[in-house]
Ligand binder design. Structure first.
Ligand SMILES: Cc1cc2nc3c(=O)[nH]c(=O)nc-3n(C[C@H](O)[C@H](O)[C@H](O)COP(=O)(O)OP(=O)(O)OC[C@H]3O[C@@H](n4cnc5c(N)ncnc54)[C@H](O)[C@@H]3O)c2cc1C
Ligand SMILES: NC(=O)c1ccc[n+]([C@@H]2O[C@H](COP(=O)([O-])OP(=O)(O)OC[C@H]3O[C@@H](n4cnc5c(N)ncnc54)[C@H](OP(=O)(O)O)[C@@H]3O)[C@@H](O)[C@H]2O)c1
Length: 423
């Protein structure tokens, strides 16, 4: 443990002094849940690392870009990180603040100290040198391993809705929405019917606003729990024994029984079942936490697709026209990997690994990805353990190599050369 600390201190010294930093171990980009979980697993393997975070805090998505009423949708056992679980006194579905406090304790338990305000602008493998060169606004970091942990939800998706520039009221993406208190008594158009759109509509109702929810497509809404157990947990358990299509049929049967046929309230179900759809397209089912009953009672009004936004409201595909005070874009998020990762064939143009789960965590030339599984925090935990195990093995091979003819020796020589060059 002592030598790991020494190496991290040495890195810290170099970081403060130099424009170019040799990193003994991997560079992790992003200090959200994925970056934190991977850091802890690397420490457990005795591997030092540097973690670069563009904002001034850890888990910036959770701290700065989520609404106040947010709770985890899945029970805590499906959301905890490796090596240190949630405190016992946490409820089944922790609140956003509890989740943030868990991540802060996790970081302090494993001594995770991200380099804050280090926004990675480019990362490229230098074939000549055989290392990754990672540039932030301040300096260049060099390592033989790069771990991408910038998340599937790095940037808000802001679609071009015709006429939206003319609208005289407020237009805000859900990443900037905090509470319905700011929209009290307003007529609000919520565009997008994922988990964010549904929960924001519910929150607006609780603050006496009048939400109109745009549902342009088919969507699966499932109850968060069935018979007192989490729907997700039930699905996971059934999938161990039964084929996927049968499990989907069961989920839909219970959903229709407990929620009623959502088609009757304007929410059409896709023909493909919820789990199959998630596997094929990545589209997450909505887990209902109360919005549906407000749709049934007419407090949340479901609207078809928007045709165009006007100065004071919107025209819809079905010919209706309504006035609104504000518009909330619940239109989702996207990865930002294509902006900064250069020369890698591993990602699609949308910034997701081409290789699907469970094999998308490892790419070529020391490149790894964590948290791009479409499986939320459960996927993050699985990736983090595998990545740390894989790098840990390489790390020990390099450290134990004293033989001049060994390939690792060449790497060590290069490392020494870089450490001097960077000072
Ligand atoms: C409203 C909302 C609720 C959610 N609720 C759940 C839930 O209940 N359960 C669940 O499993 N999932 C949930 N998710 C999905 C969520 O994305 C994951 O839970 C989790 O945040 C993913 O962690 P991550 O570390 O991969 O990505 P993020 O949390 O997005 O963290 C990525 C980090 O990388 C940093 N970063 C990005 N680009 C750069 C760069 N170029 N240089 C340096 N740093 C950079 C960011 O600032 C950020 O801190 C939710 C998502 C949203 C939007
Ligand atoms: N409590 C929780 O656990 C919680 C809460 C919120 C979010 N989340 C998670 O966070 C992630 C993001 O969720 P999200 O709801 O923000 O995004 P999302 O799941 O991607 O949903 C975006 C929605 O916007 C719609 N949309 C996009 N562009 C549109 C347009 N131009 N006009 C009309 N509709 C448009 C999409 O419809 P189409 O299908 O037609 O494209 C979709 O319904 C998901 O993984 C989600 O599960 C979790």
């Amino acid at each position: 443990m002592g030598s790991l600390k020494d190496e991290q201190n040495q890195q810290h010294y170099t970081y403060q002094e130099a424009k170019c930093v040799w990193v003994h171990g991997p560079i992790i980009v992003g200090a959200g849940p994925s970056g934190l979980a991977t850091s802890a697993c690397l420490t457990n393997q005795g591997v030092p690392y540097v973690i670069l975070e563009k904002t001034g805090c850890l888990a910036s998505l959770w701290q700065n870009r989520t609404y106040d009423r947010l709770k985890l949708h899945l029970p805590k056992q499906f959301c905890q990180f490796p090596l240190l679980g949630f405190p016992r006194n946490f409820p089944k579905y922790p609140t956003k603040d509890q989740f943030i406090s868990y991540m802060e304790s996790y970081a302090s338990h494993f001594g995770i100290l991200p380099r804050f305000k280090q926004s990675v602008q480019t990362a490229e493998f230098d074939d000549g040198l055989g290392f990754w060169r990672v540039k932030t606004q301040d300096r260049e970091y060099i390592s033989r391993w790069l771990i991408v942990a910038t998340g599937e939800n790095a940037e808000p998706v802001v679609p071009e809705v015709p006429g939206i520039d003319k609208f005289k009221g407020t237009v805000v993406h859900t990443s900037l929405y905090r509470s319905g208190a700011e929209f009290k008594n307003q007529r609000v158009l919520v565009i997008g019917c994922g988990n964010s759109g549904m929960e924001v509509s519910l929150d607006l109702c609780r603050h006496n606003a009048i939400p109109h929810l745009v549902v342009r497509n088919t969507v699966h809404v499932l109850p968060r729990e069935m018979f007192g157990f989490s729907t997700f947990g039930i699905a996971m358990a059934l999938l161990k024994w039964f084929p996927l299509r049968l499990v989907d049929k069961f989920l839909l049967l219970v959903a229709n029984f407990t929620l009623g046929k959502t088609e009757r309230i304007g929410i059409r179900r896709p023909k493909t079942g919820p789990i199959e759809l998630k596997n094929v397209t990545g589209k997450t089912p909505v887990l209902d936490v109360g919005a549906l009953s407000h749709i049934k009672s007419g407090k949340i009004k479901v609207m078809e697709g928007v045709k165009e936004i006007t100065r004071s409201g919107a025209k819809f595909m079905d010919g209706q026209e309504k006035e609104f005070d504000s518009i909330i874009l619940a239109t989702g998020y996207k990865s930002n990997v294509p902006i900064w990762l250069k020369g890698s064939e591993f990602f699609t143009k949308d910034g997701m690994p081409k290789t699907p789960f469970p094999n998308g965590w490892k790419a070529e030339k020391g490149l790894y990805t964590v948290g791009f599984t479409g499986r939320g925090l459960l996927g993050t935990a699985s990736d983090a353990v595998k990545i740390a195990g894989d790098i840990g093995e390489q790390w020990r091979t390099i450290k134990n190599c004293n033989n001049i003819s060994c390939n690792s020796h060449v790497i060590l020589l290069k490392e020494t050369w870089f450490t001097h060059l960077c000072k």
